[in-house]
Design a protein around this ligand. Structure first.
Ligand code: UD1
Ligand code: UDP
Length: 377
């Protein structure tokens, strides 16, 4: 029997950790592979929340997060440090996920060493390099470098083929976020205390209609964030509504939200939730209002209408399925769309249907099989 192939799995932020722990687990369970986990820790606390619940102890932790880090400072440090780890580990292949600075720098450092890169969540495209910024360009760079492209859906497969990527290198696998969501749902079912930390809030807002909010996109900093806060103020003025908003640790988000929404009776600004508690929030919420990518994928799987505070989305599948709608960051538009869903039962029911356009929970297994075929083991 040949030696197991060493696969370097690189990630740095909360959503990458959520979407990659099922892959790390699947690699660990397969005797053909030895996964080596390297976290850049581009996020610190929000990454550690996922590592803890998923039980992943990284082999390399670069601890690169700096307060309010700039894209160029972060990217320079990532490139140097990830390259150093690659030289040390000498992996057979490198896995990156999505479109963060960590994923892009990881792919580039691997390319500089002529290491094959496998890209998970490949082929998402908005067609606008400033929405989302800088992720649209990050994922295009990774797409140029990647050896295997794991597209979550046929929409993303088509985007890659339209860019002349070799069809034999593109595989539709579903999105591993659905694997993660199934895993956490089963964990909570077995042990409800895992998501019991919201009990006090649930009691405080008993009888109210809950709107779950998240926001963090760089392109929304400034006017966008001010508008989002103003819209939430208007929504929370309704006595029948309560807003639960786990606030991203980015100071550009926290400063605005704390100043505009702190102390309002119907608004709970809370710390980022660990994954089981966020899954609990998804189940409590009547509507999700978000600019997050991952939440656009999870909410349809749970039949929760999701209003997306962006001008464009690379995740059109939710919009096509009818569970997601783009509302931008215009105050009146956000408030009108939320009130419409709260007051028009038919409009709500039309959106609140469970769809799984993003996967069936078996994506990690498929990805590991395909990598196995590639390494010929
Ligand atoms: C990053 C990704 C974005 C992804 C998002 C998920 C890039 C360019 N952006 O954006 O694609 O959607 O993560 O959340 O890669 N901070 C903390 N603690 C944490 C995390 C962040 O304090 O655990 C603060 C720090 O001040 C940090 C700042 O947030 O400097 C920004 O973090 P960064 O990773 O650069 O960008 P995000 O906006 O989180
Ligand atoms: N999430 C979480 N706790 C929170 C908010 C979000 O665990 O307080 C999870 C959410 O379920 C999803 C992911 O984090 O899987 C989305 O991360 P984020 O919105 O930061 O990034 P994006 O998906 O936009 O890249």
């Amino acid at each position: 029997m040949t030696e197991p192939a060493k696969i370097l799995v690189i990630f740095g932020t909360r959503p990458e950790a959520i979407k990659l722990f099922p892959v790390v687990r699947a690699l660990e369970a397969d005797p053909r592979f030895t996964p080596v986990v390297c976290v850049s820790a581009q996020h610190r606390q929000m990454l550690d929340q996922v590592l803890e619940i998923a039980g992943i102890a990284p082999d390399h932790d670069l601890d690169l997060m700096r307060p309010d880090q700039t894209l160029d400072g972060l990217t320079a440090a990532l490139l140097t440090e990830l390259g150093r780890v690659m030289d040390q580990v000498q992996p057979a292949r490198v896995i990156v996920q999505g479109d963060t600075a960590t994923a892009m720098a990881g792919a580039l450092a691997a390319y500089y060493r002529k290491l094959p890169v496998d890209h998970i969540e490949a082929g998402l495209r908005s067609g606008n390099i400033y929405h989302p910024w800088p992720e649209e360009v990050n994922r295009k760079i990774i797409g140029t470098i990647a050896s295997l492209h794991f597209a979550p859906t046929e929409v993303s497969q088509a985007a890659l083929l339209a860019e002349n990527v070799d069809p034999a290198r593109v595989h539709v696998t579903g999105n591993t976020v659905i694997d993660a969501l199934h895993w956490v749902t089963a964990r909570i079912a077995a042990d409800p205390a895992l998501a019991g930390g919201l009990a006090a809030l649930e009691a405080r807002f008993a009888g109210k209609r809950i709107i779950g909010v998240t926001s963090h996109r760089r392109e929304n900093f400034g006017d966008g964030m001010d508008n989002i806060a103003a819209a939430i103020r208007q929504i929370a003025a309704r006595p029948d509504v309560a807003v639960i908003f786990p606030v991203h640790l980015n100071p550009n988000v926290r400063g605005v939200m704390n100043a505009a929404l702190g102390g309002l009776d119907n608004v709970a600004l809370i710390e980022p939730l660990d994954y089981p508690h966020f899954a609990r929030l998804l189940s409590l919420a009547e509507i999700m209002l978000t600019d997050s990518g991952g939440v656009q994928e999870e909410a349809p799987a749970l039949g929760k209408p999701v209003l997306v505070m962006r001008e464009t989305t690379e995740r059109s599948e939710g919009v096509t399925a009818g569970t997601a709608r783009l509302v931008g960051t215009d105050v009146t538009r956000i408030v009108t769309e939320i009130f419409n869903l709260l007051d028009d039962k038919a409009a709500y029911e039309a959106m609140a249907r469970a769809h799984n356009p993003f996967g069936d929970g078996q994506s990690a297994r498929r990805i590991v099989e395909l990598i196995g075929d590639e390494v010929g083991q």
